[in-house]
Design a protein around this ligand. Sequence first.
Ligand SMILES: NC(=O)c1ccc[n+]([C@@H]2O[C@H](COP(=O)([O-])OP(=O)(O)OC[C@H]3O[C@@H](n4cnc5c(N)ncnc54)[C@H](O)[C@@H]3O)[C@@H](O)[C@H]2O)c1
Length: 346
Amino acid sequence: MTATDARKVCIGLIGAGDIAGAHVAGYRRNPETVEFAAIADPVRESAEKRSGDDENARIFDDYREMISAGGLDAVDICLPHHLHADAVIAAADAGLHVLCEKPLCLTLEEADEIAAAAARNGITIMCAHNQLFQPAVAAAKELVDSGALGRVYEVRTTDSFYNDFTLESMGWRARAASSGGGELIDTGYHPLYLLQHFAGGTPVQVAAMLSRHRLEFMEGEDSAQVLVRYDNGVVGHVTTSWAYEPAVGTEKFSLVGEKGSLSSDGTTLVSRVRGEQPVTVAFEPVHEFAAEIAHFAECILEGRRPIQTHVEGIDVLGVILAAYESATTGSIADVRRSDSKASVHA
Ligand SMILES: NC(=O)c1ccc[n+]([C@@H]2O[C@H](COP(=O)([O-])OP(=O)(O)OC[C@H]3O[C@@H](n4cnc5c(N)ncnc54)[C@H](O)[C@@H]3O)[C@@H](O)[C@H]2O)c1
C-alpha cells in the first residue's frame, strides 16, 4: 500500500457524474479501509461537488495527471462507456488496482488489452457489479452452491423500468459510439452479470431480440430479450428494458435446478426443494455501493480475488456482442472469445 495508513486503500475517483455520488457515499461508509484521496473530471464544478467537504481529496482536470501525481493505490472508474478501456489500462500500467463501472469496455480487442495490462502489472481489476451485494442475491448464491437445488437447469433475470430520458437528458447514452449500443450494454449489464453469477459456467451461445419500443431517439435498442447457453448446460433468459416496467409478479431473478427452485423480487427469496414446503426469507435492504466498495478494499488489502473481475466482465461483454450479432443476423450467435481468455489472471 502506498497509503499513509497501511490499513487503508487510497482511491482516486475518475468521473464525477451521477453514479460517482453513490461511490463517494460508499467511501464515506468505509472510513476504516478507504481513503478518498483524489478525484478527476474535466468539469471542475462536478469534481468539487463530489469531493464535498473532504479536504484530503485532491482535484484534477485530467485523470492521467492524477495518476502521475502518485499517492494512490487504486482508481475507481465512473466514466462514459467509450472511455473505460483507456482509463483501466492507464491505471494498470501505473501499478494501480481498478474498480470499474459497467461495462468493462466495448470490444473484444479492448478486452484483450485490459487482460494483458492486468497480467503484466499484477494488479486486480474488480467489475463494479453492485447488485451482487444485494442480500437476496448472496443468499440465493449460497443456496445454489450448497447443492440443495442440485444441478442448475435454468436461470431468469429481469431489470426493466420506465425511463423518462429525453435526448438531451440522455447525453452520451443516446449514441452508440459512446454507449457501445443501447440499453442492453447499459442497464442490461446488471441482469447479465447476475445470470453469469448463478449459471456458473462460460457463455457459449446467444439468441437475442432487441426492440426500440418507446425511446425512438436512441440509436440503439431500448429493450432486449436474450437467451444464453452456458458450457455447463445452464440456459439463461434475460429481459431488460428502459421502455416499460415489468408486469406485476415478474421475478427479479429465478432459478430451477434438478431438486427444486428459487425466486426473488429482489428483497424476498422464496425457495422450494421438491416435496418440501417453500421457505420464504425477507431481507433488509443494504447500501449496495458501500458493500461493493468494502469488498473491493478488503480484496486489495488481503490480496483476495473479488467476486467478479475482468474475467466475468469480459464474459458478459461477449454475451452482449453476441446478442447484437444475433439480433442483426436473426440466428443464434456463438460467443466469441477474447484472444487473451486463456492467459487472463483469475
Ligand atoms: N451501477 C449502476 O447502477 C450504475 C448507474 C448509473 C451509471 N452507471 C455507470 O457509471 C458510469 C458513469 O455513468 P454516469 O451516469 O455517472 O454518467 P455521467 O454522464 O453522469 O458522468 C460521467 C462523468 O464523467 C466525466 N468525464 C467525461 N470525460 C472524462 C475524462 N476524460 N476524465 C474524467 N472525467 C470525465 C463527465 O464530466 C461526467 O462528470 C457508466 O459506466 C454507467 O454505465 C452505473
